[in-house]
Design a protein around this ligand. Sequence first.
Ligand code: FUB
Ligand code: ZN
Length: 673
Amino acid sequence: MNPHMFSQPANLRDMQITDSFWLREMELVRNNVIPYQWDALNDRVPGAAPSWCMHNFRAAGLQQQRIREQGSQWQAPVYAYRGFNVLPEEGEEPDPDAFYGFVFQDTDFSKWIEAVGYSLARKPDPCLEEIADGAIDVVCSAQDENGYLDTYYLLHGMDRAFKYLKDHHELYCLGHLIEGAVSYYQATGKDKLLRAACRFADYVAQLFGYGEEQCKGYPGHEIAEMALMRLYEVTGEERYRDLANFFLDQRGTQPHYFDAEGHERAEYEKRAFRPGEYSYYQAHKPVREQDEAVGHAVRAMYLYSGMADAARINQDESMLEACRRLWRSTVRDKLYVTGGVGGTEVGEAFSFPFDLPNDLAYSETCAAIGLAFFARRMLQLEPISQYADVMELALYNTVLAGMALDGRSFFYVNPLSVLPEACRRDKRFQHVKPVRQKWFGCACCPPNIARIVSSVGAYAWTKTEDTLFTHLYMGGSVKFRGLTLEITTGMPWSGDGEAVVHAAAPVSATLAFRLPGWSRGAQVLCEGKTMEIRDGYCYLSGLWQEGDTVRLRFPMRIRMLTADTRVRENTGKVAFMRGPVTYCMEEKDNGAAMHLLLADAEAAERAQVLDGEIEGHPVKLLRVPGRREKPRAGDELYQDYTAPEYERTELTLIPYYAWANRGEGEMNVWVRV
Ligand code: FUB
Ligand code: ZN
């Protein structure tokens, strides 16, 4: 562990992204997704499942008002517990005082405001800020006098608050609230929401801890850990770091808190206690002893991110070791070639090593986002280019595939092979959608995309006292120690680019550039500086002056990849990548029955890269020599074997992130060879 190398993300207000690829995504989020999501949060999207999010905050705000007005006369309404997802009964008019939606519905707002904050940090917008301030007023009006702020319990009655840590999401709501509040504060300097988040965190910090009277529990769905660490870094208040450490250190210890909670719950519900399987929650053992990425994939990624923050902030070697092991398990054994994670729908979870089904994949958009969180935090701890390679893979592929090119519909699940008929007719595929959806009752993914896309610059650059790291290449500029580094690049279609220094006076600094793992013969060229290559980064140190130029030469070739043979699904198949972009075939270009298509063994050398356009969005297409196996359909299902016959053809591949933008059809990432 080398604390001298610990880095912090560059401030979004110190950078400008002008990149034609990422700026488009950011503008899409700013102009389409954020307003659309605001409508969704207010249940104003025709034909989409209602969110109930702002409804709940308004209802809880009204309740707070009544409490204030009626004082001790006020009688809390008694609503029967109606489950994890509360919906109005068939034909019932929604009750303006009641809670609806998932137990974590508040987080729709928190993720939205987080994206708004990042977007405002990039580009002020008084109109948007006014809407956001209004929303913050509504949210803050719902907060209890003691600081508690989760509308599910505020509206259902507080007697059972914090009694379902394993399955309900109060601490998850706290985590997202903190993330949103910090983002908005950093962008605007306005601290109303930050103060509300601190009050909620303070309340939780009083209740949870090692004290005799305090609760020994921790979140069933992680995120509070990394959020509290962030709150600590922003406010300097040690109690937030201590609370995060408490949650991490308690997790999975014996006697098991979830057992104790389960007994209490069973008694309350007058039923027998059912012992649980806690690996779903990554609580099967203490975090420092964990070595395999298991359970619900989003939870896992958020936990590991919090652990990486803790390792850095506490300079905790054993925590770092655990993070390294979990990283390796994730990317060595359980990562899709699209940068997605989570092989099974059962529990939205990781499966066993190398179990990476293409058509039944879960690969939730949020999990890929979580992987990028984890990767960036590992980079902050130790700048090793593999972390950035994986972060880039997740961002350019599964994260972007989660959103349509027009920003108006979304994928929750990101399969690597789709047969629309199977999605319609086979219940095993009910989680797989062949087209993006406008919104989801459980709308975790769309606002998560909005927040990561709006803050992508914080993944591109991190800095120490004397070193600025460029992890991802995107056009734009970033300020560092009195200089501005301006990058031009053709990414993701060309690896060549340039970084030019602007400085009024010479600045002594180190500029570190990642050598992308996908590039063979990557070169960073610069005159007059000391150069060192370490862990996949090129470090250039010296006195930087106006006009100093670093040339980036990252040859980009078509790569034809084969999987470890333990990935049973992919034996005899290949996947194509170019730079950080993973490709796929769509029925629209290749016809139906794509399982009969084969790529030639030497396809990578003979493939062509073509300029194309998908829904007005410029892309590079791949044209790959291959064959089509002649169909064999007779009277009998089974026949005596004869060698298959093939006809020559060319396969057309498009970037995976752009699939399903031209109607419904088959899609395959892995192709027979
Ligand atoms: O439980 C909250 C969120 O909903 C999870 O992160 C997602 O996987 C979805 O289950
Ligand atoms: Zn999600």
